[in-house]
Ligand binder design. Structure first.
Ligand SMILES: [Zn+2]
Length: 331
């Protein structure tokens, strides 16, 4: 029997079915090896043992060759097999979704990007200088009382109480003109209840350019409210004091829950305060080495949590840090 001939046949088998046919032909019950074994009786008695040994050797050689070839074919087939598995993973239904605050943040980000703003980020652990001093809030200023702080190392290092800290950093680094927006988490030592939390999210933006007025501010604010709540949203602007702006503006939206009738969320007022804004105080510009005679600007900040509550009609701020998955985006 010519082993070489079968060796070539085995090596040229490209599929497992082809190899199996060959295996049956050689090693099957009625296969070649068994036929040769049945001829043992026709051998000379002295020669039978040697004949049997030779055949056994041949049989195990063929078995090994077939085994090797089977592995080779399996390896070649591995690529399409893996592709199949990957495809089935992609086909699985999506589990989970973005947090509603992230969705709101993304929406506002994309609006401001369209308006030519850059999106910035800043540290959550901040120094007193950038959190207060540079924002016209010196150490003895009473407005500091409104932002009861969580200190890492008193009196200098704290968790930022407002994203205005990013504004202070920005003004000290960038040369005007610029338009920048910055969302972020802030921390205050507040009692947690339905509408207050010790950790919440702000969205802030700063524009510094030539001849910036309240008109520019109102136009931008209107666009932002309409983008999030539709063209029929009712907004009012009223004078309000913030140390880093002059004049300052309070941003109120008609209560999404009671539509101005008065309820627990708006504390009976019919309006919900959505944020604050104003023309950047000349002192703040001066502290950042920007000449207030040449440059002017406006800044605004709002509570992302309140904006998101209004959007999805969420009535308890604590829901955001809980595990309730009821508030699907686009709902
Ligand atoms: Zn209300």
């Amino acid at each position: 029997m010519n082993l070489k001939k079968y060796q070539t046949q085995i090596a040229s088998s490209n599929s497992s079915s082809e190899l199996e046919t060959l295996r049956i032909k050689l090693l099957g019950r009625k296969g070649l090896i068994n036929q040769l074994f049945s001829e043992i009786k026709n051998q000379q008695p002295d020669n039978r043992q040697q004949y049997g040994q030779k055949l056994n050797k041949l049989k195990s050689q063929l078995q090994n060759l077939i085994k090797k070839q089977a592995l080779k074919i399996a390896k070649q087939n591995k690529v399409p097999k893996e592709t199949k598995i990957t495809n089935s993973i992609f086909a699985l239904p999506k589990i989970g979704h973005l947090h509603p605050i992230t969705t709101t943040e993304n929406q506002i980000n994309s609006l401001f990007k369209k308006l030519g703003f850059s999106i910035y980020d800043g540290p959550e652990i901040e120094t007193d200088e950038f959190c207060f001093e540079r924002l016209n809030l010196p150490k003895d200023h009473p407005a500091r009382e409104l932002q009861d702080s969580i200190f890492i190392k008193e009196p200098e290092i704290l968790l930022r109480t407002q994203t205005s800290s990013v504004e202070a950093r920005l003004l000290s680094q960038e040369k005007p003109p610029f338009k920048v927006a910055f969302p972020g988490k802030v921390y205050r030592n507040e009692k947690v209840n339905k509408s207050n939390h010790f950790t919440f999210n702000q969205y802030q933006a700063v524009v510094v350019g030539k001849n910036m007025t309240l008109k520019n501010l109102f136009g931008t604010m209107d666009l932002m409210f309409k983008t999030l709540y539709g063209p029929n949203v009712t907004v009012r602007y009223r004078p309000k004091y913030y140390p880093e702006v002059e004049p300052g503006v309070g941003l109120d939206m008609q209560c999404f829950n009671c539509k101005e009738k008065g309820c627990a969320i708006c504390k009976g007022a019919g309006w919900v305060e959505m944020g604050g804004a104003g023309i950047i105080h000349p002192i703040v510009l001066q502290k950042a080495n920007i000449d207030p005679k040449k440059w002017s600007g406006f800044a605004f900040g709002m509570g992302l949590d309140r904006w998101t509550m209004a959007k999805y009609n969420i009535k308890d701020i604590r829901t955001f840090s809980g595990g309730n998955l009821a508030y699907l985006p686009n709902k």
